[in-house]
Ligand binder design. Structure first.
Ligand code: G3P
Length: 217
């Protein structure tokens, strides 16, 4: 399973990248706004900086909702860096655009996916990645991880090549459960990724080893 970080914060991207386990980055307009990036020039520059920092796919989201405009915006985003993946919302014109990008060799990430039916459409349109938002599904009292398992089963039965990118991750346990359910990728804020390190018995065990090691100095 690949690890992407879900942020536009350069310090957090660097910290995750320094761990040596980072495979890519996802962003969205809300995450860009959170770090104060706005305006076409600043957004373009920020994507370029991220793509040069991390050796892996970087999802950059279109804000157009009409087919021709999505294609034009997506082409511009892709021209920023070869690793830019065009992130397209799960809407009717988005599906058409996913097919266009797929036919023209541009990688895509279909975002705002909340059902198996939407995931089937994204795969049919040739999306490289499909992004079910599991935290927001949990927020609505459904089971986000269960949706990952259902999509994984459908893609396996049907032989779809679209990769399942579990998004809207809120905890380290989400990451573990997504791995179990068959996600190909998780995209997570930094904290749940670092949370995977933690176990009290590791801390207790290490303290004891270090204490005992002093006896042989
Ligand atoms: O990857 C999608 C993500 O950015 C949405 O997360 O926490 O706003 O539901 P959240």
């Amino acid at each position: 399973m690949k690890f992407f970080i879900d942020t536009a914060d350069l310090a957090q991207i660097k910290e995750a990248n320094d761990l040596g386990i980072l495979d890519g980055v996802t962003t969205n307009p809300s995450l860009m706004a959170k770090v104060g990036i706005s305006g076409e020039a600043a957004v373009t520059n920020h994507y370029k900086t991220i793509a040069e920092l991390v050796d892996g796919d970087v999802s950059a989201e279109v804000v157009s909702t009409e087919f021709n405009a999505i294609v034009e915006e997506g082409k511009k985003l892709h021209a920023i860096h070869p690793n830019i993946v065009v992130k397209v919302p799960m809407i009717k014109d988005g599906i058409k655009a996913l097919k266009w990008f797929s036919d023209n060799g541009i990688k895509t990430n279909c975002t705002l996916v909340f059902s198996a039916g939407q995931a089937i459409l994204a795969a049919k349109a040739g999306a490289t990645y499909v992004s079910p938002f599991i935290g927001r599904i949990d927020d609505a009292n459904w089971d986000g991880v269960e949706l990952i398992a259902q999509i994984a089963e459908i893609y396996s039965v049907q032989g779809y090549e679209t990769q399942i990118l579990a998004a809207s991750i809120r905890s380290s346990l989400h990451i573990v459960k997504c791995a179990e359910a068959g996600a190909n990728v998780i995209t997570s804020p930094l904290e749940p990724i670092l949370g995977l390190l933690k176990h009290p018995l590791t801390d207790i065990g290490l303290a004891k080893f270090l204490e005992d090691a002093k006896k042989f100095k």
